[in-house]
Design a protein around this ligand. Structure first.
Ligand code: NAD
Length: 363
């Protein structure tokens, strides 16, 4: 910023002055298939204004083959050639919003160029802003690496979610055995169960991979499909457990006052895109519960087409509720205070740990 060489523009003309152009536009899904129209439009703008010798970097998460098969033809439509007139590489964005330990600088960058010269140029560029840059030999392998990272997370979350539901039936405390397994210093990575997955990465990105596998190889990515089933069922499971808890108190869900804590999809952010909390609240509403929510980062949400505001006086809402469900454990939540004020708490994220107070039930 201080050098004055970073400029912001809402039109594509300044691309003509840029030696490096980064494409980091959204890559959503439409009807369970990748919707690449943002990438196509951005690439067309880049092609129309690209200066000779520029380095183009695609950062959007996408299916293997996008850089070579989709972006190159658009950039070459004006007669320029990749490797001769411009350099093109893929480098996935790996940022984890809300993560205080790992930001852009200390999260290693993968780069895979269309040509070795493109990889080299991309390494030189990113080395100026991140501590470690890892070259990968092809754009496809780099695209797939990003999808593997999020598919790995998706499937492992499904594993602990399914175990949590089964172990509840067996009467085994899920957090205790996950923590016990987590003491193994190799070959195990700790994942925690929860009310489902949300955000705009983990629920979407693996579908890019399964879509491409089905399209190119004609086969299903069965393991992922099963994981998606498990994770998508979690909000429903949370609602059924709430029903069980109220039932034990001689109460029905209909008419019960329920306070949901945390509607963002993950702790310490205000992003509600795809948040399983919204599904839990929506289903509780449908079953006739009177649901209120609280979130330090979100003032209002739209559920079933209706806008509703979060509660402001957390203390009195905790005391009024028949049941408090902790869905997103923002670090600002004072767990001791919550347990002291609330009658009954359902801890869907195991935030209280295995030594929880007697009025707190874990997933
Ligand atoms: N945000 C994250 O935490 C994160 C993490 C990892 C990967 N990603 C990936 O990065 C990509 C971008 O995600 P995001 O969260 O920044 O998306 P976003 O929706 O927040 O915004 C992207 C920006 O692209 C702009 N845009 C759209 N079409 C354009 C066009 N034709 N020309 C120029 N600009 C255009 C939009 O105006 C917007 O400012 C996605 O592929 C996403 O999967 C994001």
């Amino acid at each position: 910023m201080r050098s004055g060489r970073l400029r912001f523009a809402a039109t594509p003309e300044p691309i003509a002055d840029a030696e490096v152009v980064l494409i980091c536009v959204p890559t959503p899904l439409r009807d369970h298939a990748p919707d690449l129209h943002f990438v196509e439009e951005a690439a067309a703008d880049v092609a129309a204004h690209l200066r000779v010798g520029a380095l183009v970097l695609l950062e959007s998460t996408t299916y293997p083959g996008t850089t070579d098969d989709l972006v190159i033809p658009i950039l070459e439509a004006t007669g320029r050639r990749s490797g001769l007139d411009f350099l093109l590489a893929y480098s996935p964005e790996r940022v984890d919003p809300g993560n205080r330990e790992y930001g852009m600088r200390n999260t290693p960058r993968l780069v895979g160029g269309h040509t070795p010269a493109a990889t080299d140029a991309a390494v030189v560029f990113y080395e100026q802003i991140v501590d470690k840059v890892v070259p990968v030999s092809t754009t496809r392998a780099t695209e797939t690496a990003k999808l593997l990272e999020n598919t790995f997370r998706h499937i492992n979350i499904a594993l602990v979610n399914e175990l949590a539901t089964l172990c509840h039936e067996l009467g085994i405390d899920v957090l205790e055995f996950i923590d016990a397994a987590g003491t193994k210093p190799f070959g195990f990575m700790r994942f925690a169960p929860g009310p489902g997955i949300g955000g705009h990465c983990i629920p979407l990105d693996p579908t890019y991979l399964s879509w491409q596998i089905r399209r190119q190889v004609g086969r299903r990515f069965g393991l992922l499909e099963q994981a998606q089933d498990v994770n998508e069922r979690m909000p429903n499971y949370v609602v059924s457990r709430i029903g069980e808890m109220l039932n034990e108190q001689g109460r029905a869900v209909r008419g019960a006052r329920i306070l949901a804590l945390g509607v963002a999809y993950k702790p310490d952010v205000g992003d509600v895109r795809g948040s399983p909390s919204l599904q839990v609240i929506q289903q509780l509403h449908r079953r006739g519960a009177e649901v209120e929510f609280h979130d330090f980062f979100v003032d209002a949400v739209t559920i079933n087409g209706e806008r509703s505001n979060g509660v402001r006086d957390l203390g009195s809402s905790l005391e009024k509720a028949d049941l408090v469900v902790l869905l997103t454990p923002h670090t600002r939540y004072d767990l001791e205070d919550i347990a002291a004020r609330a009658r009954l708490v359902f801890d869907t994220r195991n935030a209280f740990g295995p030594r929880r107070p007697p009025n707190v039930v874990a997933l």
